[in-house]
Design a binder for this molecule. Structure first.
Ligand SMILES: C[S@@+](CC[C@H](N)C(=O)[O-])C[C@H]1O[C@@H](n2cnc3c(N)ncnc32)[C@H](O)[C@@H]1O
Length: 472
């Protein structure tokens, strides 16, 4: 065995231990989990932050920085990949994923934050020394020094193809969305360059936290008494929290009388509840209820009219979340775990039915920074038959004269109009209701009768809603 300790030291710089930076190490760990385990950033981060706080490594500012580094890096990954690709001498797929994560984190600090250049490079190199070793840290240093030679606008000029050559490729690099997603969003939005650019920009902004005061249980006045709370834009039950507002610190949220809910989701529930109905209005069904956001609002509105809400969800653990969301509902409700395409209820037994179907989630990219990179166009093939099946069952479940709402948190035309059109083509005795009239004061809802909300227009997720009535 050789005795390395007696080897003479090689001349050069003396060895220095890498400096451990808990914020960047945590951000790196979160990115690795998203990449390696297909984890969701919004689920991975909170426990990591809690552990760091408990260890005494972190204060509130550190947590805010770690969150911004993770979310910002994931959102901007498309743009950053194009920049990094221009600074390395091999295809990106040949760079080890952990090295790429350190490079992306560093690139975000250089191009997407106000962290000074020298601090961004040296912090990234120290991170690389801790998590990758000294050899790869040299590579990280060399690449980030090249990245630091220009700012974001300069890099975009260099790496994005000109708009006139290929508009979708250009927008894909500039606004960091996969090309197929740019194309799908544009198809649905219509119009020229300005609108799609505003939408893509809005997808890269952090959404406000919006609360819902569940009627009969909490009031918006109660929520507005909180620091930094302002009224919602469209829903009478909505209150928005300014940056830094902590929903978990609000009593009404803690005890379930209020909740965190995007205004788009509130509008979907409101429109379904307010659609005119002749005859009884006693039995409501939410056929895809998990995790229970809309069910909790529907349940509170149903209670005000003395109606029963049945909240059904296929996955038992998500049905458990629905039960939690509905606990304390002032009116009657039932939670069941059932496949909505093989209903556990009698046909024609409900007055109002919502199916908020599983979808690609392309309307909620603001909240799920990694979703745009994980989704594939082929996913639509899987969702299509299920979405059609759930809408058909919803139409079976409602009585003649009753109302069905078909909702998605995706604006992709294959998940919205195409589904409604296909199902209605094969079925007589159903008419579309103009949902725009049920959302008074909300502008730019489309040509109707269905409605499409947009982040850049309404400040909501891109929720879609078609309302139908069974007439025969
Ligand atoms: C978009 S989410 C619903 C969100 C919910 N409405 C809310 O506001 O909290 C769709 C839900 O449908 C459930 N689901 C999927 N397939 C189903 C099926 N065949 N029958 C009933 N629910 C199903 C999923 O598990 C998921 O919880």
């Amino acid at each position: 065995m050789s005795d390395t300790s007696r080897r003479p030291r090689r001349p050069g710089k003396p060895y220095r231990r890498p400096q451990k930076d808990p914020v960047r190490i945590l951000a790196f760990e979160a990115l690795r989990a998203v990449d390696e385990r297909d984890a969701y950033a919004n689920l991975v981060l909170p426990p990591l932050l809690r552990k760091a706080r408990e260890k005494g490594d972190f204060d509130g500012r550190d947590a805010a920085l770690a969150t911004e580094l993770v979310y910002g890096t994931l959102r901007r990954q498309g743009t950053y990949d194009a920049v990094i690709a221009a600074c390395v001498d091999r295809p990106l797929r040949e760079v080890d994923p952990p090295v790429l994560d350190v490079l992306s984190l560093g690139t975000h600090q250089l191009l997407g934050t106000r962290i000074p250049t020298h601090a961004a490079v040296s912090a990234s190199v120290e991170l690389a020394r801790v998590v990758l070793g000294d050899g790869r840290a040299k590579f990280v240093n060399a690449v980030l020094r090249k990245v630091a030679q220009d700012d974001l606008d300069g890099w975009i000029q260099r790496v994005a193809p000109p708009y006139d050559d290929d508009p979708e490729d250009h927008l894909s690099v500039v606004h960091s969305h996969p090309r197929w997603v740019v194309s799908a969003l544009w198809d649905s939005l219509g119009g020229g360059r300005a609108g799609i650019e505003r939408l893509l920009e809005a997808d890269n902004e952090r959404p406000e936290v919006t609360l819902v005061a569940r009627p009969g249980r909490a009031t918006t006045e109660e929520l507005l008494a909180e620091d930094a709370a302002v009224p919602g834009r469209w829903s009478p039950y909505a209150v928005r929290l300014a940056e830094g507002g902590e929903p978990g610190a609000i009593e009404a949220v803690r005890d379930g009388r209020a909740g965190v809910q995007d205004e788009g989701s509130q509008l979907v529930a409101l429109a379904l509840a307010n659609a005119p109905l002749e005859g009884p209005d006693r039995r409501w069904l939410d056929g895809c209820a998990g995790p229970g956001g809309k069910a909790a609002l529907l349940g509170a509105m149903a209670a005000e009219r003395g109606a029963l809400l049945v909240a059904s969800e296929k996955q038992p653990h998500r049905a458990g979340l629905v039960a939690r969301a509905l606990a304390g509902n002032p009116g009657p409700y039932q939670v069941i775990a059932a496949d909505g395409t093989r209903p556990a209820w009698r046909p024609g037994s409900f007055d109002r039915v919502l199916v908020d179907v599983p979808c690609t989630g392309l309307g909620a990219l603001r909240r799920r920074p990694e979703a745009r990179w994980r989704r594939r166009p082929e996913d639509l093939d899987g969702f299509g038959p299920l979405q059609r099946g759930l809408l058909r069952s919803a139409l079976d479940a409602v009585r003649v004269g009753g109302v069905v709402g078909y909702a998605t948190c995706s604006p992709h035309l294959a998940e919205t109009r195409a589904v409604v059109d296909d199902v209605l083509k094969q079925r007589s005795g159903v008419e579309l209701i103009d949902a725009r009239g049920l959302l008074p004061g909300v502008p730019e809802l489309g040509e109707g009768p269905d409605v499409q909300l947009w982040p850049h227009v309404h400040g909501t997720d891109a929720m879609y809603l078609a309302l139908m009535r069974r007439v025969a």
